[in-house]
Design a protein around this ligand. Structure first.
Ligand code: F0G
Length: 482
């Protein structure tokens, strides 16, 4: 935190920006919230945004843009080929990461599609600290397999380990040797490891992974979608990074990794995505897929205005005053809730605060989707929309059996530069109410289960009538309040 308050009790995160455009919100009465949740099949993805007070579904594509980003959008150069907007973006990539080669793609998963097409073949194995939903779906779609090598402490919910996203280096070496380097598609490090609670990876670990990859001549890939938050934690929690400029860290990583890709919906407060590299041969291997799946090489399926926003956003991703806002708000929310006794993923990570749903409703079996049930209950309790990151977000095994998630998380994302601290406080208050009434939360069962990425649009219903009971308890406690 750059600014200290005089009175210790006033110490809260202080924003180094002000709000100049606002959007009206609505908060419906609790009975209506229950009906809307049920109409949405108890799936927070299927709610309409107009019915939500705090949209904590994701930090993707919903970060507030800066004045300079919106101004930059005005100079967009509309052209199918050779747009100056793209060349400005390529220059920003060169400045921020030092890389010469840039392939634009419309968002992060489009980069994953290209990487999977280019480097994963049937029976090839991709090694990573932890999978992300879209990453694994793309790899398995082309016949590849994923092995996760996060250290065991990464999936222990409450912890003081500062870098829970670190790869187990010994296991990485052993696995490459067992499989044979020729059978490894690539090794992927996910910065700000999403599904284990936005947990960072240390610079030391990233560099060691890259050395191991070079030793075995295996491709190293960094998913930098959540690198902004990760760099904040490197600077806060890792001695060697404390006095490094953020740009030095970006450059060092780009020098060491063969390929970096990112979703600009997260990195750079914009929309879009890109794959970048120093290596012309790798660039050329991936290039053919851009016109095939995305669009011509100088727009890659991204609107040119968004390319301008990405360009300015990349420069802003060097600025610690911008970088720190998300993680500091998350830490505030995690600390408030932990102080109330609510089981949270600790230490606080990036992206959002994560409720440990397994501890929230300990008697609920995985196949009643505890994390989704807590999410449905929270929308009813407060008009707050989170995202299930547990068994519901997993893919079933090829034989149709459930794959139970290592952790059942309900994620409360904090999009960057969007919420005020009083809204975050409201969220903490409603979660605390739900925690005190957790015995009322019941399970969910499928009404319609899609075969692929089921969490996006599957529909479920409550088991029993617990949602009606939750509403009447809310009325008892809050009277006629919204
Ligand atoms: N990699 C990571 C680490 C991500 O968190 C995401 C997206 C992607 C890749 C895919 O990027 O959405 O632009 O296609 N995460 C979003 C989320 C969807 O809500 O966590 P995308």
């Amino acid at each position: 935190m750059a600014v200290k308050f005089y009175l210790p009790e006033n110490q809260v995160p202080l924003e180094m920006h002000k709000v100049r455009v606002v959007q009206k919100l609505s908060l419906h009465p609790v009975e209506e919230r229950k009906n809307l949740m049920q109409e949405a099949g108890n799936n927070t993805f299927l709610l309409h945004n107009k019915d939500i007070y705090m949209d904590m579904l994701t930090d993707s594509g919903v970060n507030a843009m800066s004045d300079l980003q919106t101004a930059a959008m005005m100079q967009a150069d509309d052209a199918y080929a050779g747009s100056e907007s793209f060349y400005r973006f390529a220059r920003a990539v060169k400045d921020v990461f030092g890389c010469d080669y840039v392939l634009p793609a419309h968002q992060g998963r489009a980069c994953e599609n290209i990487l999977s097409e280019a480097f994963v073949k049937p029976d090839k194995v991709t090694l990573m600290n932890f999978h992300f939903t879209t990453t694994k779906a793309h790899i398995t779609r082309v016949g590849g397999r994923v092995i996760e090598l996060v250290k065991p402490e990464g999936v222990i919910p409450q912890s003081t380990v500062p870098f829970k996203g670190d790869i187990d280096l010994e296991k990485l070496k052993e696995t490459i040797e067992e499989l044979g380097p020729e059978n490894v598609g690539f090794v992927r490090i996910e910065a700000g490891t999403n599904l284990i609670g936005g947990q960072p990876v240390s610079l030391e670990n990233m560099l060691a992974v890259s050395d191991i990859c070079h030793h075995y001549k295996v491709l190293s890939v960094l998913d930098a979608s959540l690198l902004q938050d990760n760099i904040y934690f490197m600077k806060k929690r890792e001695a060697q990074c404390k006095y490094m400029e953020t740009k030095e860290i970006y450059h060092l990583l780009a020098d060491k990794m063969d390929i970096i890709y990112f979703s600009a919906r997260k990195l750079g407060f914009a929309r879009g995505g890109a794959i970048i590299t120093h290596n012309k041969k790798l660039h050329d291997t991936m290039m053919e897929y851009v016109p095939l799946y995305e669009g011509f090489l100088t727009y890659g399926g991204i609107d040119v205005r968004s390319i301008e926003a990405m360009t300015q956003g990349l420069y802003e991703s060097l600025d610690m005053e911008y970088l720190s806002q998300g993680p500091e708000f998350i830490e505030y929310l995690v600390n408030e809730l932990s102080a109330y006794g609510v089981p949270m993923i600790t230490p606080p990570g990036g992206l959002g605060a994560h409720l440990d749903a397994q501890a929230f409703v300990p008697d609920m079996p995985h196949n009643q989707y505890p994390a989704a049930a807590v999410g449905a209950a929270l929308y009813i309790a407060g008009g707050i929309r989170g995202m299930e990151r547990g068994t519901l977000s997993e893919q079933r095994e090829p034989d149709g059996t459930e794959r139970y998630a290592e952790m059942e998380l309900q994620r409360l994302a904090i999009p960057r530069r969007v919420f005020t601290l009083s809204q975050v406080k409201y969220c903490a208050d409603r979660v605390k109410w739900l925690w005190d009434n957790r015995q009322l939360i019941g399970g969910l069962e499928w009404v319609m289960e899609p075969p692929v990425l089921r969490f996006f649009y599957g529909r479920l219903k409550q088991i029993g009538h617990w949602q009606e009971e939750l509403v009447s308890k809310f009325r008892q406690d809050f009277g006629d309040s919204l």
